[in-house]
Ligand binder design. Structure first.
Ligand SMILES: [Zn+2]
Length: 190
């Protein structure tokens, strides 16, 4: 019996359930379904996702503690990051941000993922996203404890060297006081 493959786009989370979407249903819906991950796409998502954490921390260093994540999109092809900031991010500031991220990549820090009570994570100074709901137990992603600690449920590289070169290709306004940064995926190790 032949196997039919369906490609599923990024799932959505609703009430702690992961929901997968498909355009088509199998002809015989009662048959067993085997779900498998596209390993290459997933690896490319990990490069962009860990790079997003490094970018967030670097932006805070360069622009100031007022900057906050306003939105983020991570795909195998690109990372897109929206950040609250009142002015255009200058070429000089972007260069500094790129240099910090690339330095953290070259230092090849392990990406440490731990579950812990929310209070403990807050004591560590973990960055949480405003408006996001978190349970009593949170997942904490640390890349160099002095640099980036974030609450996050996403998929990451084992160590930062996997990301390869980080380059910002565009910066612009998306709304009043919100800037959008894009960086395409270039290389990776997995
Ligand atoms: Zn994350």
């Amino acid at each position: 019996m032949g196997r039919k493959r369906y490609w599923l786009p990024t799932p959505k989370k609703e009430n702690d359930l992961i929901i997968h979407f498909t355009d088509q249903l199998p002809a015989q819906i009662e048959l067993e379904v085997l779900a498998s991950v596209n390993a290459e796409e997933r690896a490319r998502i990990t490069y962009n996702h860990t790079a997003t954490h490094l970018l967030h921390a670097a932006l805070k260093q360069v622009l100031g503690a007022h900057v906050n994540q306003k939105g983020s999109m991570v795909s195998p092809e690109v990372l897109r990051f929206d950040v609250s900031h009142f002015a255009k991010i200058t070429d000089e500031e972007m260069k500094q941000v790129e240099n910090i991220v690339n330095q953290k990549v070259r230092e090849n820090h392990p990406v440490v993922i731990k579950e812990m009570p929310k209070e403990e994570a807050m004591k560590l100074g973990a960055m949480a996203l405003f408006g996001e709901k978190y349970g009593d137990t949170v997942r904490v992603v640390t890349v160099d404890p002095a640099f980036s600690i974030e609450l996050c449920g996403g998929t990451h590289v084992p160590q930062t060297g996997c990301i390869g070169l980080f380059i910002i290709t565009s910066e612009g306004a998306v709304a009043a006081g919100v800037r959008r940064i894009e960086s395409p995926h270039r290389a990776g190790c997995l």
